[in-house]
Design a protein around this ligand. Structure first.
Ligand code: S3P
Length: 167
């Protein structure tokens, strides 16, 4: 699975392991690792919760679109982890590289969120019921944007083993 840019984008819902799997994949393949949330946070000098609170979600989505323009034209040979909502706001992600959807059950996501106390950093994951609705409303788009779908349930190592033979 490769694209002319040799980039690999990881997409999926919050808590599906995009950043941890992305880091492991970068280490295994010798490519650089980029994370769209971190790039936006660093460029603005604000955390995601601060950006949502002070600038609003719409502003954050505009930054995701801008960032993807830059990725498309300037980045090669990278593993790129994306924010969970990005595929809803940026069309035709395949222009940046191969798109791998980490498909997870909502139960696994909830369990990871609770275990790692991760929801405090995620403005759109404050209420599990609303998060589940958001999850369900996004599944179709993730599948449409993906050039490849991998089962993202289980440990990071087991997910990595499923992905490596496909690269
Ligand atoms: C979001 C997911 C977050 C982050 C922001 C919005 C979403 O990224 O981009 O809080 O809309 O699902 P992660 O998927 O890395 O948590």
């Amino acid at each position: 699975m490769s694209s002319p840019s040799n980039n690999l984008l990881l997409i999926g819902f919050m808590g599906s392991g995009k950043s941890s799997i992305g880091r492991l994949l970068a280490k295994e393949t010798g490519r650089f690792f980029l994370d769209t949330d971190s790039l936006i946070e660093h460029s603005l000098g604000m955390s995601i919760p601060q950006i949502f609170a002070k600038k609003g979600e719409e502003f954050f989505r505009e930054k995701e679109v801008e960032l993807c323009e830059w990725l498309q034209h300037s980045v090669q040979n990278a593993i790129i982890s994306t924010g969970g909502g990005l595929p809803l706001y940026v069309q035709r992600l395949f222009r940046i590289g191969s798109v791998l959807y980490l498909e997870c059950d909502f139960e696994s996501i909830l369990e990871r969120m609770n275990r790692n106390g991760q929801s405090s950093q995620r403005p759109l994951f404050q209420n599990p019921e609303q998060a589940k609705e958001l999850f369900q409303s996004r599944l179709e788009t993730y599948k449409e944007q993906a050039t490849l779908t991998v089962d993202g349930n289980g440990s990071a190592q087991s997910v990595l083993k499923r992905i490596l033979p496909l690269l």
